[in-house]
Design a protein around this ligand. Structure first.
Ligand code: IPE
Ligand code: IPE
Ligand code: MG
Length: 250
C-alpha cells in the first residue's frame, strides 16, 4: 500500500498550514548562495499545492515571508520579491486550470508595487475557483494581525458601535485576516526548528504541530502524506480526557 493510499480521506485536515523553512541552509550545504535555496523552493511549493488539492484539502496556507523577514539583507529581500512576482506570473494559469483559488494574508501595502499588482491580478483571476484555497502569508505575522484586530475593535467601541462585552472569540476570529477560513488542523514546519515564528498565533491554538528535519526545498508529495498520516494517528483531545473521547465514539 502506498503512503497516499493509507490516508483516511474521511479524516483529512480541512486546513493545512506550512512554515516553509530551511532554504538558506539547503543552499549552503550545496556550497551555494542562500538565494539558490529560495529558487529551489518552488518545486516543493508546487508539489505541496498539487498533493493537497489532489487529496481534497480545502485550505492550504503557506508562510512565504514574515514581517521579521524584512530585516534580512536587502539583496535577499529583493531576490525573494522578484521570485514571488515571477512565480505568481508563471503559476496563475496552472492554479486556474486546477480550480484553485489564490488568497493572501499580510501587510500587502508593504510589498513592492510590482509584486502587489501581480498578486492582486492572480487573486482576481482565480477568485471563482472552488476546489481548494491557497493562502499565501506575505509580510505577515501573528502579532501584526492581532494588533490590527485590536485597533479595529477598539475604534468600534470608541464610536459606540460595539459593547466591550460583545467581543467574543467568534467576533475576534471574524476580524482576523483569515475570517471565514477554519483554523488549521495541521501545521507543518520544515528544517527542524521548534517554534512558531510569529505565524498564525490565534488560529494555531489547537493545531497539531508536525516538525520535520527535512529542509524545505527537499519537501515532496510523499512528505505531505507522511505529515497527514502522523496527524491522523494523533488523539485531539481539546482539553478533554481520552476516556471522554472514546465514550463519544462508541
Ligand atoms: C525559509 O527559508 C524562507 C523564508 C523565510 C523566506 P530560510 O531563508 O529561512 O532558510 P534558513 O532557515 O536560513 O535555512
Ligand atoms: C519563518 O522562517 C518565516 C517563513 C518561513 C516565511 P524564519 O526563517 O524567518 O524563522 P526564524 O527566524 O528562524 O524563526
Ligand atoms: Mg529560516
Amino acid at each position: 500500500m502506498s503512503l497516499k493510499e493509507k490516508i483516511d480521506i474521511g479524516n483529512l485536515p480541512q486546513h493545512v498550514a506550512v512554515i516553509m523553512d530551511g532554504n538558506g541552509r539547503w543552499a549552503k550545504k550545496k556550497g551555494n548562495l542562500r538565494i539558490f535555496g529560495h529558487q529551489n523552493a518552488i518545486t516543493a511549493v508546487r508539489e505541496t499545492v498539487e498533493a493537497s488539492a489532489e487529496l481534497g484539502v480545502k485550505y492550504l496556507t503557506l508562510y512565504a515571508f514574515s514581517t521579521e523577514n524584512w530585516s534580512r539583507p536587502k539583496y535577499e529581500v529583493d531576490a525573494l520579491m522578484q521570485l514571488l512576482v515571477s512565480t505568481i506570473r508563471k503559476e496563475t494559469e496552472t492554479l486556474n486550470k486546477n480550480n484553485i483559488r489564490l488568497q493572501s494574508i499580510g501587510d500587502l501595502a508593504a510589498l513592492p508595487q510590482a509584486c502587489r499588482k501581480q498578486l492582486e491580478e492572480a487573486i482576481e483571476i482565480t477568485s471563482q475557483n472552488t476546489r481548494m484555497t491557497l493562502v499565501l502569508a506575505l509580510s505577515y505575522s501573528g502579532r501584526w494581525e492581532l494588533v490590527n484586530v485590536i485597533q479595529k475593535l477598539a475604534a468600534q467601541v470608541k464610536a459606540g458601535e460595539l459593547e466591550p462585552e460583545a467581543i467574543t472569540e467568534a467576533l475576534v476570529s471574524g476580524a482576523l485576516t483569515t475570517a471565514g477560513i477554519p483554523d488549521p488542523e495541521l501545521l507543518i514546519r520544515t528544517s527542524g526548528e521548534q517554534r512558531i515564528s510569529n505565524f498564525l498565533l490565534w488560529q494555531l491554538a489547537y493545531t497539531e504541530l508536525y516538525i520535520t528535519d527535512l529542509l524545505w526545498p527537499d519537501f515532496r508529495k510523499e512528505h505531505l502524506y507522511e505529515a497527514i498520516l502522523a496527524f491522523q494517528a494523533r488523539e485531539r483531545r481539546f482539553g478533554k480526557t481520552s476516556e471522554q473521547l472514546q465514550k463519544a465514539h462508541s
